[in-house]
Design a protein around this ligand. Sequence first.
Ligand SMILES: [Zn+2]
Ligand SMILES: [Zn+2]
Length: 391
Amino acid sequence: MAVQWVLVVHALLTLLVVVSFLCGQWPIFQGTIVEKIHYFITVGAYDYFLRFVGIVFGSRGRNAILSVEQYCCDRPNPTLQIIYFAIVGVTYFFIAKSSFVYIPGYYISGVHRYTSFLAVGVGVLLFLLTSFSDPGTVTAENVSGYISVYPYDNIIYTEKECYTCKIPRPARSKHCRVCDRCVARFDHHCGWMNNCIGEKNTRYFMAFLLWHFFLCLYGTVFLGLVLAGELKNRKVIYILTVYYGIENSFSGLFPHVVQWLLGSFNTQILLMVFLAVVSLLLAGFFGYHAHLCLTNTTTNETFKWQDYISWKRKLNEAKKSSAALKAGISSMNGEGKPPESKWRMFFHKSLSKNKEDAVKDNMYDRGVFHNVCEIMCPLSGRLPSMDVKSE
Ligand SMILES: [Zn+2]
Ligand SMILES: [Zn+2]
């Protein structure tokens, strides 16, 4: 029994490390252990490694490592796309190899051999669609169309030119450093897809996330039903209670059933834990992006709004303190009103703080219905002159 628990703990730790490595930067993990492990794996440990290489192999070794790093992180490359296919392929292979022999089972029919393949196929298609579709590249030919559908809000977007492309930069667009092009309604550059997520492929990206969430859930439930069916077929509960005399209650049977499952079906249990964790991650990621879509904000804009709000707060504070300084000087000169009572000042402060506080005033948010329509049917596609040129 102890050995099996060691195996479970080992599997969970491995998962934690893998999840931290792959998803530690996601906003939902901000400030958690996952983010810290991610930092250590991606930056901290790498720094030590670079220093080590520098000491052992000298500057030539160090430069070789740095050029590999540049290739992997700063230039478009299919490394993560290959890893995606490896994860999907290996997971599907192990599920098929370990569990297809048990279907049709007590709770599940044999049709899942085909539906599971179909479900994975659709997932892969959505991945390819997001990876290889145009995210909405802004060019000299279509830039005027983009400017007409994305007006400047003069808060986070003002009229500017892209230094690299030498064309005007429409509001909500950004020059992607990795792909070296301007992308309309830029959300983020996705390393997994090796593509930007922008105006024209956010819909595919959202479909990809939602589909993969259900895919992982499907796998978890499928494996659960396979195991439950085997428990029933092999009369495990009956044997445990009648032959081994174990009390017929949940708390009495649970540890024995778990022990039996870990002994006979450890591959399936590991796959189930893996799929359940990934489906939770995908649910969180989809939820975060769905919230952005419903409020018509992009990931890029969340950073811009954060900067704007903190800048505005500092400005307000500076204004207040300069006003207080002026008031202090005039009261020293015997001018002005008598000093306010502390109570009054407290309430006055909290009231004025609310009034002057910087708020996110997103002019692109036109209500949930319009925002969703904009994702489904991008604004530039509605211009008859744009559709051809931007393809
Ligand atoms: Zn550009
Ligand atoms: Zn990009």
